[in-house]
Design a protein around this ligand. Structure first.
Ligand code: GLY
Length: 410
Protein backbone atom coordinates (compact mmCIF):
# COMPACT_ATOMS: atom_id res chain seq x y z
CA UNK A 1 0.00 0.00 0.00
CA UNK A 2 1.29 3.45 -0.83
CA UNK A 3 -0.46 5.15 2.11
CA UNK A 4 1.85 7.01 4.47
CA UNK A 5 -0.54 8.60 6.96
CA UNK A 6 -1.15 6.63 10.17
CA UNK A 7 -4.72 5.94 9.21
CA UNK A 8 -6.15 2.44 9.01
CA UNK A 9 -8.58 3.43 6.24
CA UNK A 10 -6.02 3.70 3.56
CA UNK A 11 -5.42 1.96 0.26
CA UNK A 12 -4.06 2.36 -3.26
CA UNK A 13 -7.46 2.91 -4.82
CA UNK A 14 -10.74 4.09 -3.33
CA UNK A 15 -13.82 3.25 -5.36
CA UNK A 16 -16.95 5.24 -4.58
CA UNK A 17 -19.99 3.13 -5.46
CA UNK A 18 -20.62 -0.58 -5.04
CA UNK A 19 -22.91 -1.20 -7.99
CA UNK A 20 -21.80 -3.56 -10.75
CA UNK A 21 -19.51 -0.88 -12.23
CA UNK A 22 -17.74 0.05 -9.00
CA UNK A 23 -17.48 -3.60 -7.97
CA UNK A 24 -16.03 -4.68 -11.31
CA UNK A 25 -13.51 -1.84 -11.32
CA UNK A 26 -12.51 -2.71 -7.75
CA UNK A 27 -12.10 -6.36 -8.71
CA UNK A 28 -9.99 -5.69 -11.78
CA UNK A 29 -7.84 -3.14 -9.95
CA UNK A 30 -7.36 -5.61 -7.11
CA UNK A 31 -6.34 -8.30 -9.60
CA UNK A 32 -3.75 -5.82 -10.92
CA UNK A 33 -2.25 -5.74 -7.45
CA UNK A 34 -3.81 -2.60 -5.95
CA UNK A 35 -5.28 -2.55 -2.48
CA UNK A 36 -8.88 -1.38 -2.65
CA UNK A 37 -11.33 0.46 -0.47
CA UNK A 38 -14.88 0.25 -1.75
CA UNK A 39 -17.28 2.85 -0.35
CA UNK A 40 -21.02 2.25 -0.44
CA UNK A 41 -23.65 2.24 2.34
CA UNK A 42 -25.58 -0.54 0.59
CA UNK A 43 -23.67 -2.18 -2.25
CA UNK A 44 -25.60 -3.43 -5.28
CA UNK A 45 -28.95 -2.07 -4.18
CA UNK A 46 -29.31 0.61 -6.86
CA UNK A 47 -29.68 0.06 -10.60
CA UNK A 48 -27.72 -3.21 -10.29
CA UNK A 49 -30.46 -4.61 -8.05
CA UNK A 50 -33.09 -3.89 -10.68
CA UNK A 51 -31.10 -4.86 -13.78
CA UNK A 52 -32.21 -7.82 -15.86
CA UNK A 53 -28.60 -8.49 -16.87
CA UNK A 54 -29.03 -8.70 -20.62
CA UNK A 55 -25.64 -8.72 -22.33
CA UNK A 56 -27.20 -7.47 -25.49
CA UNK A 57 -25.18 -5.11 -27.66
CA UNK A 58 -27.09 -6.11 -30.78
CA UNK A 59 -30.65 -5.94 -29.52
CA UNK A 60 -29.85 -2.74 -27.59
CA UNK A 61 -28.58 -1.06 -30.77
CA UNK A 62 -30.07 2.36 -31.32
CA UNK A 63 -29.60 4.54 -34.36
CA UNK A 64 -26.55 6.82 -34.34
CA UNK A 65 -24.87 5.05 -31.45
CA UNK A 66 -22.03 3.42 -33.39
CA UNK A 67 -19.35 4.60 -30.93
CA UNK A 68 -21.29 3.12 -28.05
CA UNK A 69 -21.81 -0.06 -30.07
CA UNK A 70 -18.04 -0.52 -30.36
CA UNK A 71 -17.83 -0.32 -26.57
CA UNK A 72 -20.77 -2.64 -25.91
CA UNK A 73 -19.45 -5.22 -28.39
CA UNK A 74 -16.00 -5.09 -26.82
CA UNK A 75 -17.49 -5.60 -23.37
CA UNK A 76 -19.84 -8.39 -24.47
CA UNK A 77 -16.79 -10.21 -25.86
CA UNK A 78 -15.18 -10.00 -22.42
CA UNK A 79 -18.16 -11.35 -20.47
CA UNK A 80 -17.63 -15.13 -20.91
CA UNK A 81 -14.09 -14.93 -19.51
CA UNK A 82 -15.09 -12.37 -16.87
CA UNK A 83 -17.91 -14.64 -15.64
CA UNK A 84 -15.82 -17.82 -15.79
CA UNK A 85 -13.01 -16.26 -13.79
CA UNK A 86 -15.23 -14.94 -11.00
CA UNK A 87 -16.95 -18.33 -10.83
CA UNK A 88 -13.59 -20.10 -10.63
CA UNK A 89 -12.41 -17.72 -7.91
CA UNK A 90 -15.52 -17.83 -5.75
CA UNK A 91 -17.24 -21.08 -6.64
CA UNK A 92 -20.40 -19.05 -7.30
CA UNK A 93 -22.47 -19.49 -10.44
CA UNK A 94 -23.39 -15.95 -11.49
CA UNK A 95 -26.03 -16.99 -14.00
CA UNK A 96 -24.04 -16.29 -17.15
CA UNK A 97 -25.97 -17.96 -19.95
CA UNK A 98 -24.97 -17.95 -23.60
CA UNK A 99 -28.56 -18.47 -24.67
CA UNK A 100 -29.82 -16.41 -27.63
CA UNK A 101 -32.24 -13.52 -27.87
CA UNK A 102 -35.40 -13.51 -29.94
CA UNK A 103 -36.53 -10.10 -31.11
CA UNK A 104 -40.25 -10.03 -31.90
CA UNK A 105 -42.67 -7.58 -33.42
CA UNK A 106 -46.28 -7.63 -32.33
CA UNK A 107 -48.16 -5.84 -35.09
CA UNK A 108 -47.43 -4.70 -38.65
CA UNK A 109 -45.95 -1.36 -37.57
CA UNK A 110 -43.66 -3.13 -35.09
CA UNK A 111 -42.56 -5.47 -37.86
CA UNK A 112 -41.61 -2.53 -40.09
CA UNK A 113 -39.75 -0.81 -37.24
CA UNK A 114 -37.80 -3.98 -36.48
CA UNK A 115 -37.07 -4.63 -40.15
CA UNK A 116 -35.58 -1.11 -40.42
CA UNK A 117 -33.44 -1.87 -37.37
CA UNK A 118 -32.42 -5.19 -38.94
CA UNK A 119 -31.20 -3.34 -42.05
CA UNK A 120 -29.13 -1.05 -39.82
CA UNK A 121 -27.67 -4.09 -38.06
CA UNK A 122 -26.77 -5.75 -41.34
CA UNK A 123 -25.10 -2.55 -42.57
CA UNK A 124 -22.97 -2.63 -39.43
CA UNK A 125 -22.11 -6.30 -39.97
CA UNK A 126 -23.96 -7.46 -36.86
CA UNK A 127 -25.22 -11.00 -36.61
CA UNK A 128 -29.01 -11.13 -36.61
CA UNK A 129 -31.20 -13.41 -38.70
CA UNK A 130 -34.79 -12.96 -39.69
CA UNK A 131 -36.68 -16.20 -38.99
CA UNK A 132 -40.26 -17.26 -39.63
CA UNK A 133 -42.89 -17.21 -36.91
CA UNK A 134 -43.04 -20.98 -37.27
CA UNK A 135 -39.32 -21.29 -36.60
CA UNK A 136 -39.58 -18.96 -33.62
CA UNK A 137 -42.43 -21.02 -32.19
CA UNK A 138 -40.53 -24.24 -32.74
CA UNK A 139 -37.75 -22.75 -30.61
CA UNK A 140 -40.16 -21.33 -28.04
CA UNK A 141 -43.52 -23.15 -28.14
CA UNK A 142 -45.21 -20.75 -25.73
CA UNK A 143 -44.80 -17.75 -28.03
CA UNK A 144 -48.06 -16.20 -29.19
CA UNK A 145 -49.12 -17.40 -32.67
CA UNK A 146 -50.04 -13.93 -33.92
CA UNK A 147 -46.72 -12.11 -33.60
CA UNK A 148 -45.74 -10.28 -36.78
CA UNK A 149 -41.99 -10.84 -37.05
CA UNK A 150 -39.04 -12.60 -35.44
CA UNK A 151 -35.27 -12.14 -35.53
CA UNK A 152 -32.76 -14.44 -33.91
CA UNK A 153 -29.74 -12.84 -32.23
CA UNK A 154 -27.42 -15.62 -31.16
CA UNK A 155 -24.78 -13.37 -29.59
CA UNK A 156 -26.95 -11.49 -27.06
CA UNK A 157 -26.65 -13.38 -23.78
CA UNK A 158 -27.40 -12.76 -20.09
CA UNK A 159 -26.04 -12.83 -16.54
CA UNK A 160 -27.69 -12.46 -13.14
CA UNK A 161 -26.49 -9.06 -11.85
CA UNK A 162 -27.37 -9.78 -8.22
CA UNK A 163 -25.34 -12.98 -8.23
CA UNK A 164 -22.48 -11.30 -10.09
CA UNK A 165 -22.38 -8.46 -7.56
CA UNK A 166 -22.46 -10.87 -4.62
CA UNK A 167 -19.64 -12.96 -6.09
CA UNK A 168 -17.45 -9.94 -6.82
CA UNK A 169 -17.98 -8.58 -3.32
CA UNK A 170 -17.08 -11.96 -1.86
CA UNK A 171 -13.87 -12.05 -3.89
CA UNK A 172 -12.88 -8.49 -2.98
CA UNK A 173 -13.21 -9.27 0.71
CA UNK A 174 -11.44 -12.61 0.43
CA UNK A 175 -8.41 -11.15 -1.36
CA UNK A 176 -8.38 -8.15 0.98
CA UNK A 177 -8.14 -10.56 3.91
CA UNK A 178 -5.72 -13.09 2.41
CA UNK A 179 -3.33 -10.81 0.56
CA UNK A 180 -3.44 -7.70 2.72
CA UNK A 181 -4.69 -8.90 6.07
CA UNK A 182 -7.48 -6.34 5.97
CA UNK A 183 -10.84 -6.89 7.59
CA UNK A 184 -14.09 -6.81 5.64
CA UNK A 185 -14.96 -3.45 7.19
CA UNK A 186 -11.69 -1.99 5.89
CA UNK A 187 -12.16 -3.21 2.32
CA UNK A 188 -15.86 -2.35 2.16
CA UNK A 189 -16.81 0.84 3.98
CA UNK A 190 -20.56 0.87 4.42
CA UNK A 191 -20.94 4.62 4.44
CA UNK A 192 -21.79 7.40 2.01
CA UNK A 193 -18.99 9.37 0.40
CA UNK A 194 -19.56 13.06 1.08
CA UNK A 195 -16.73 14.71 -0.83
CA UNK A 196 -13.41 14.27 -2.53
CA UNK A 197 -10.34 15.19 -0.57
CA UNK A 198 -7.91 17.41 -2.49
CA UNK A 199 -4.24 18.06 -1.94
CA UNK A 200 -5.12 21.76 -1.91
CA UNK A 201 -8.46 21.95 -0.12
CA UNK A 202 -9.16 25.29 -1.77
CA UNK A 203 -8.66 23.98 -5.32
CA UNK A 204 -10.95 21.32 -6.80
CA UNK A 205 -8.57 20.97 -9.75
CA UNK A 206 -5.70 19.95 -7.46
CA UNK A 207 -4.80 16.24 -7.07
CA UNK A 208 -7.38 14.05 -5.36
CA UNK A 209 -5.94 12.26 -2.33
CA UNK A 210 -8.95 10.58 -0.79
CA UNK A 211 -12.58 10.73 0.21
CA UNK A 212 -14.45 12.22 3.17
CA UNK A 213 -17.39 10.14 4.40
CA UNK A 214 -20.72 11.38 5.66
CA UNK A 215 -19.66 10.59 9.23
CA UNK A 216 -16.50 12.70 8.84
CA UNK A 217 -14.02 9.82 8.50
CA UNK A 218 -11.36 10.12 5.84
CA UNK A 219 -10.30 7.44 3.38
CA UNK A 220 -6.85 8.11 1.99
CA UNK A 221 -5.97 6.88 -1.49
CA UNK A 222 -3.80 8.26 -4.28
CA UNK A 223 -6.43 7.20 -6.81
CA UNK A 224 -10.17 7.70 -6.39
CA UNK A 225 -12.76 6.30 -8.79
CA UNK A 226 -16.19 7.95 -8.79
CA UNK A 227 -18.51 5.09 -9.77
CA UNK A 228 -21.66 5.84 -7.82
CA UNK A 229 -24.07 6.40 -10.71
CA UNK A 230 -26.46 9.27 -10.09
CA UNK A 231 -24.87 9.66 -6.64
CA UNK A 232 -22.03 11.51 -8.39
CA UNK A 233 -24.36 14.50 -8.61
CA UNK A 234 -24.34 14.78 -4.81
CA UNK A 235 -20.62 14.20 -4.31
CA UNK A 236 -18.75 17.27 -3.14
CA UNK A 237 -15.31 18.27 -4.34
CA UNK A 238 -15.63 17.37 -8.01
CA UNK A 239 -13.70 19.86 -10.14
CA UNK A 240 -15.79 23.01 -10.52
CA UNK A 241 -15.43 23.06 -14.28
CA UNK A 242 -16.56 19.42 -14.67
CA UNK A 243 -20.12 19.05 -15.95
CA UNK A 244 -21.58 15.58 -15.38
CA UNK A 245 -24.92 15.80 -17.23
CA UNK A 246 -26.57 12.85 -15.48
CA UNK A 247 -30.32 12.46 -15.25
CA UNK A 248 -32.49 9.73 -13.73
CA UNK A 249 -34.35 7.52 -16.19
CA UNK A 250 -36.63 5.41 -14.04
CA UNK A 251 -37.40 1.82 -14.89
CA UNK A 252 -40.02 -0.52 -13.48
CA UNK A 253 -39.06 -4.18 -13.59
CA UNK A 254 -40.86 -7.35 -12.50
CA UNK A 255 -39.76 -10.75 -11.29
CA UNK A 256 -42.17 -13.66 -11.69
CA UNK A 257 -42.06 -17.35 -10.85
CA UNK A 258 -42.95 -19.86 -13.58
CA UNK A 259 -45.20 -22.66 -12.27
CA UNK A 260 -43.99 -26.17 -12.96
CA UNK A 261 -46.46 -26.92 -15.75
CA UNK A 262 -45.28 -23.89 -17.78
CA UNK A 263 -41.53 -24.55 -17.54
CA UNK A 264 -39.65 -23.38 -19.37
CA UNK A 265 -41.72 -20.35 -20.26
CA UNK A 266 -38.92 -19.51 -22.65
CA UNK A 267 -35.31 -20.60 -23.01
CA UNK A 268 -34.21 -17.58 -25.05
CA UNK A 269 -34.45 -14.00 -23.86
CA UNK A 270 -37.55 -12.66 -25.56
CA UNK A 271 -37.48 -9.01 -26.54
CA UNK A 272 -40.28 -7.33 -28.35
CA UNK A 273 -41.75 -4.17 -29.64
CA UNK A 274 -45.45 -4.15 -28.88
CA UNK A 275 -47.38 -1.30 -30.49
CA UNK A 276 -44.18 0.71 -30.46
CA UNK A 277 -43.18 -0.03 -26.86
CA UNK A 278 -40.20 -2.19 -25.92
CA UNK A 279 -40.52 -5.09 -23.49
CA UNK A 280 -38.27 -8.00 -22.56
CA UNK A 281 -38.64 -11.32 -20.78
CA UNK A 282 -35.42 -12.81 -19.44
CA UNK A 283 -35.54 -16.43 -18.19
CA UNK A 284 -33.43 -17.35 -15.17
CA UNK A 285 -31.99 -20.69 -14.05
CA UNK A 286 -34.18 -20.63 -10.94
CA UNK A 287 -37.48 -20.80 -12.90
CA UNK A 288 -38.15 -17.10 -12.56
CA UNK A 289 -38.34 -14.57 -15.36
CA UNK A 290 -37.50 -10.89 -15.31
CA UNK A 291 -39.83 -8.63 -17.26
CA UNK A 292 -38.72 -5.11 -17.99
CA UNK A 293 -38.40 -2.36 -18.31
CA UNK A 294 -40.09 0.96 -18.61
CA UNK A 295 -38.19 4.20 -19.22
CA UNK A 296 -39.78 7.03 -17.31
CA UNK A 297 -38.33 10.52 -17.08
CA UNK A 298 -40.90 11.57 -14.46
CA UNK A 299 -40.18 12.32 -10.82
CA UNK A 300 -41.69 9.09 -9.48
CA UNK A 301 -38.84 7.03 -8.04
CA UNK A 302 -41.22 4.34 -6.78
CA UNK A 303 -42.81 1.67 -8.93
CA UNK A 304 -45.44 2.99 -11.28
CA UNK A 305 -48.81 1.20 -11.48
CA UNK A 306 -49.02 2.26 -15.11
CA UNK A 307 -45.54 0.85 -15.73
CA UNK A 308 -46.40 -2.51 -14.19
CA UNK A 309 -49.63 -2.63 -16.18
CA UNK A 310 -47.78 -1.82 -19.41
CA UNK A 311 -45.13 -4.49 -18.87
CA UNK A 312 -47.62 -7.27 -18.12
CA UNK A 313 -49.94 -6.19 -20.93
CA UNK A 314 -47.14 -6.14 -23.51
CA UNK A 315 -45.27 -9.23 -22.28
CA UNK A 316 -48.43 -11.31 -22.54
CA UNK A 317 -48.91 -10.22 -26.16
CA UNK A 318 -45.66 -12.10 -26.89
CA UNK A 319 -46.02 -14.87 -24.29
CA UNK A 320 -49.67 -15.24 -23.26
CA UNK A 321 -48.79 -17.55 -20.34
CA UNK A 322 -47.16 -14.60 -18.57
CA UNK A 323 -50.52 -13.92 -16.97
CA UNK A 324 -50.39 -17.33 -15.25
CA UNK A 325 -47.09 -16.63 -13.48
CA UNK A 326 -46.66 -15.71 -9.84
CA UNK A 327 -45.67 -12.06 -9.47
CA UNK A 328 -42.89 -12.07 -6.86
CA UNK A 329 -41.29 -8.67 -7.05
CA UNK A 330 -41.85 -5.22 -8.44
CA UNK A 331 -38.78 -3.01 -8.42
CA UNK A 332 -38.13 0.49 -9.65
CA UNK A 333 -34.72 2.11 -9.93
CA UNK A 334 -33.24 5.00 -11.82
CA UNK A 335 -30.68 4.52 -14.58
CA UNK A 336 -28.01 7.21 -14.81
CA UNK A 337 -28.74 8.68 -18.24
CA UNK A 338 -26.46 10.98 -20.24
CA UNK A 339 -27.24 13.19 -23.27
CA UNK A 340 -25.64 10.73 -25.72
CA UNK A 341 -26.59 7.54 -23.80
CA UNK A 342 -22.88 6.73 -23.37
CA UNK A 343 -20.91 6.52 -20.14
CA UNK A 344 -18.68 9.18 -18.60
CA UNK A 345 -15.48 7.20 -18.30
CA UNK A 346 -11.87 8.11 -17.68
CA UNK A 347 -9.65 10.80 -16.24
CA UNK A 348 -10.53 14.47 -16.09
CA UNK A 349 -8.58 17.37 -17.48
CA UNK A 350 -8.34 20.62 -15.58
CA UNK A 351 -9.36 23.79 -17.40
CA UNK A 352 -5.68 24.29 -18.37
CA UNK A 353 -5.64 20.94 -20.21
CA UNK A 354 -3.56 18.94 -17.72
CA UNK A 355 -4.95 15.75 -16.21
CA UNK A 356 -6.04 16.01 -12.58
CA UNK A 357 -4.05 13.34 -10.71
CA UNK A 358 -5.94 10.89 -8.56
CA UNK A 359 -9.38 11.30 -10.10
CA UNK A 360 -11.19 8.84 -12.35
CA UNK A 361 -14.86 8.89 -13.31
CA UNK A 362 -17.01 5.89 -14.23
CA UNK A 363 -20.67 6.80 -14.28
CA UNK A 364 -23.53 7.44 -16.70
CA UNK A 365 -23.86 3.85 -17.87
CA UNK A 366 -27.59 4.35 -18.49
CA UNK A 367 -29.07 1.08 -19.88
CA UNK A 368 -25.71 -0.68 -20.14
CA UNK A 369 -24.16 -0.91 -16.68
CA UNK A 370 -24.08 -4.69 -16.50
CA UNK A 371 -23.01 -5.16 -20.11
CA UNK A 372 -20.24 -2.56 -19.87
CA UNK A 373 -18.83 -3.64 -16.50
CA UNK A 374 -15.90 -5.72 -17.84
CA UNK A 375 -14.70 -3.12 -20.33
CA UNK A 376 -15.14 -0.27 -17.85
CA UNK A 377 -13.08 -2.23 -15.34
CA UNK A 378 -10.36 -2.81 -17.94
CA UNK A 379 -10.25 0.81 -19.10
CA UNK A 380 -10.02 2.17 -15.56
CA UNK A 381 -7.41 -0.39 -14.53
CA UNK A 382 -5.29 0.50 -17.54
CA UNK A 383 -5.59 4.18 -16.68
CA UNK A 384 -4.43 3.35 -13.16
CA UNK A 385 -1.36 1.78 -14.79
CA UNK A 386 -0.80 4.93 -16.86
CA UNK A 387 -2.09 3.39 -20.09
CA UNK A 388 -4.64 5.46 -22.04
CA UNK A 389 -6.20 3.90 -25.12
CA UNK A 390 -7.28 6.72 -27.46
CA UNK A 391 -10.00 4.41 -28.80
CA UNK A 392 -11.97 5.24 -25.65
CA UNK A 393 -11.41 9.01 -25.67
CA UNK A 394 -14.92 9.45 -27.04
CA UNK A 395 -16.26 8.52 -23.58
CA UNK A 396 -14.10 10.90 -21.60
CA UNK A 397 -16.06 12.22 -18.62
CA UNK A 398 -15.37 15.89 -19.32
CA UNK A 399 -16.73 15.85 -22.88
CA UNK A 400 -19.74 17.92 -21.82
CA UNK A 401 -17.71 20.45 -19.87
CA UNK A 402 -17.64 23.88 -21.54
CA UNK A 403 -13.82 24.15 -21.32
CA UNK A 404 -13.42 20.84 -23.17
CA UNK A 405 -16.01 21.74 -25.80
CA UNK A 406 -14.15 25.01 -26.49
CA UNK A 407 -10.90 23.06 -26.96
CA UNK A 408 -12.61 20.73 -29.43
CA UNK A 409 -14.25 23.44 -31.47
CA UNK A 410 -11.05 25.57 -31.56
N1 GLY B 1 -30.71 -2.64 -20.25
C1 GLY B 1 -32.08 -2.77 -20.09
C2 GLY B 1 -32.76 -1.66 -19.44
O1 GLY B 1 -32.14 -0.67 -19.07
O2 GLY B 1 -33.95 -1.74 -19.27
Amino acid sequence: MSCTVPDPICSDVAVIGGGIIGLSIALEAQRAGHSITLIDPEPATGATFAAAGMLAPISELHYQEEQLLALTLASAARWPEFAARITAETGMDIGFRATPTLMLGADAADRIALEDLQQARLRLGLEATRISIREARTMEPLLAPHISSAHLLTLDHQVDPRLAAAAIQKQLLAVGAEREGRGADEVLIRARARELLHQDPTDTASPVIGVVLDDGREIRAPEVVVANGLGALELGGLPHHLVLPLRPVHGDILRLRVPEHLRPLTTATVRGVVRGLPVYVVPRNDHTVVIGATSREDTNAGASAGGVHQLLRDAQVLLPAVLELELCEVTARARPGTPDNAPLLGRVEAANGTVIPGLLIATGFFRHGVLLAPIAARIITELLAGVRDPAFDHFRPDRFSPARQHQESA
